[in-house]
Design a protein around this ligand. Sequence first.
Ligand SMILES: Nc1ncnc2c1ncn2[C@@H]1O[C@H](COP(=O)(O)OP(=O)(O)OP(=O)(O)O)[C@@H](O)[C@H]1O
Ligand SMILES: [Mg+2]
Length: 417
Amino acid sequence: MIRLLIVDDVESTREHLRKLLGFETDIEVCGTADNGQAAVDAAQKLNPDVVLMDINMPVMDGIQATEKLAQILPATPVIIMSVQGERDYLRRAMQAGAREFLIKPFSYDELVAAVRRVHQLEQKKTGLVRESDLGGAEGSVRKERNRGRVIVAAGGKGGVGTSLVSMNLASGLRRMTGESVILVDLDLQFGDIGIMLNSDHSRTFVDLLNQNEQGKLLDDDVLDEILLEGPEGIRLLLSPPTPELADLVQIDHLRSLLARLKERFDYVIFDTACHLGELSLEVVEAADHIVLVTSASIPSLKDTKLMLNVLGSLNVPDSSIVLVLNHTDSTTGITRELTEKNLQFTVAADIPYEPRAIGESILKATPVVLSQEDTDISRAYMRLVEYVLPADLRSVVAAPAGNAQQDKKKQRKLFGK
Ligand SMILES: Nc1ncnc2c1ncn2[C@@H]1O[C@H](COP(=O)(O)OP(=O)(O)OP(=O)(O)O)[C@@H](O)[C@H]1O
Ligand SMILES: [Mg+2]
């Protein structure tokens, strides 16, 4: 079934199209919208396979909406409908990322054929992405832009929600971009990713070490064997099954692993333990983004402040730190404003306290961004996803709080303490 979103400001056109397409057995109109903004909102909610978009509409026109959709739902192709003579519009729509054009008046057959064509093409592309996950020859079609973006989730303190952030970030990134994602559990002694995702734990870091000869492990086939399948098609590398095995993992192993994973995956996400050891510092230094999680409590704020200082002394730019305030308790009264004032740092995302949603997610071993999309907590995690996308994929809404502002704050932090 191809799920189609129809966007046109004329109600009779929308209804006419909806009725006509109702006769097709392989096409289902999953929603309609009467302007570009409504289309973006509806698409985020409905996740349609194809969007059929008019150009001239109030509030936000079809070109702007296409541009936004290309950023936030790159796997949802847009077909633009326009009247003849709108050549300039067509060119702009093409630049905005539209996949097909239907020149009004178009025939019904042309419409149906266009919907099927863009959908088929998209499916083929997705197939290629999947194969590229496995490092096949098609791996080269993967976009260079994102290759090996490294994201490290860290908390100044234990139990602040770092692992839940990592899992939701990994799954949300995969869902939003369709690109390849690996989640590595670098909490080598007490990693929770395996249990939280109900993985079989049959293959872990230790298996990787067994393959290692003079630092030259990581043959493609071996790696594929050891990386488990996680939700939404992400891959997982789990921590060793028992804590005493953690010491077996040495810095050289991690270095060669990181290099291989960066070649193979678009996003490499590390969940870390709160302890700042040699291994976590290694990935912190390689990271494009550090997602620093603090809970809304005084001890956690204190430790987060220390972490920010450590990151500062490692010359990690403020602009690559994404500060997350996670409410693991409903009673502390510590707000976003208070946190920002205390840490002199902008909070990128504020995760609400939702024990029921989290409890259900852990019970079902499915991150909330995949199973409870319609909750505030899922939306908060998804906002976080946008902060770690490459700049050209970020939607305007999620543009970071502003480096200038953060750099100013950093100066204050360094000199005004
Ligand atoms: N937003 C939230 N709302 C409600 N409960 C939460 C929330 N975030 C985290 N929790 C609770 O906190 C617990 C710890 O979360 P998580 O394992 O992600 O933290 P962590 O920082 O990785 O801990 P550790 O230091 O043990 O690795 C969860 O099991 C859950 O019960
Ligand atoms: Mg953890």
